[in-house]
Write a protein that binds this ligand. Structure first.
Ligand code: HEC
Length: 128
């Protein structure tokens, strides 16, 4: 009994050492710092790449929206299927939403996708 406890303790120690402070968190793309310049970059990309469907204010009223089913998301009033945190929007922009007009914009540089993700959050009403 005493021995098996010792073994357990030793095991726990080894595991702690392996998973310890050196273990990096799951590595995904990380956002650059949100600055006015990043948001301005996002706004500009949005105007050239997203407005046709999502509309200038992100309310889903772009000229191409009428022809789409499902309609482009209204960022101002609707819930996001895949979440509206910047990390989640970043992923949506890169992956698209299969079966809808929302294409994957993986051709955009990672920095551009982050700029867009953060800009989209500014079109959402502030959360309380
Ligand atoms: C050709 C039209 C079209 C263009 C261009 C377009 N989208 Fe979309 N987008 C859609 C449609 C349609 C949906 C809704 C899909 C659905 O209902 O699942 C959508 C949904 C979204 C969502 C909501 C995702 C969610 O989780 O609900 C985000 C965010 C988004 N688009 C961002 C963008 C950004 C940023 C751009 C520009 C890089 C862009 N879209 C360009 C059609 C478009």
């Amino acid at each position: 009994m005493k021995n098996s406890l010792l073994v357990l303790a030793a095991l726990a120690l080894t595991t702690a050492a392996v998973a310890g402070p050196k273990a990096a968190p799951a590595k995904g793309p990380t956002s650059p710092k949100v600055t006015p310049a990043l948001l301005a970059q996002g706004k500009q990309l949005f105007a050239t790449t997203c407005v046709a469907c999502h509309g200038e204010k992100g309310d889903g009223s772009g000229p191409a929206a009428a022809a789409l089913n499902p309609k482009p998301r209204n960022f101002v009033t609707e819930t996001f299927r895949n979440g509206d945190k910047p990390e989640q929007i970043f992923k949506t922009i890169g992956d698209g939403i299969p079966g809808t007009g929302m294409a994957a914009f993986a051709y955009l540089a990672e920095g551009d996708r982050w700029a867009l993700a953060h800009y989209v959050t500014t079109l959402r009403p502030a959360k309380k």
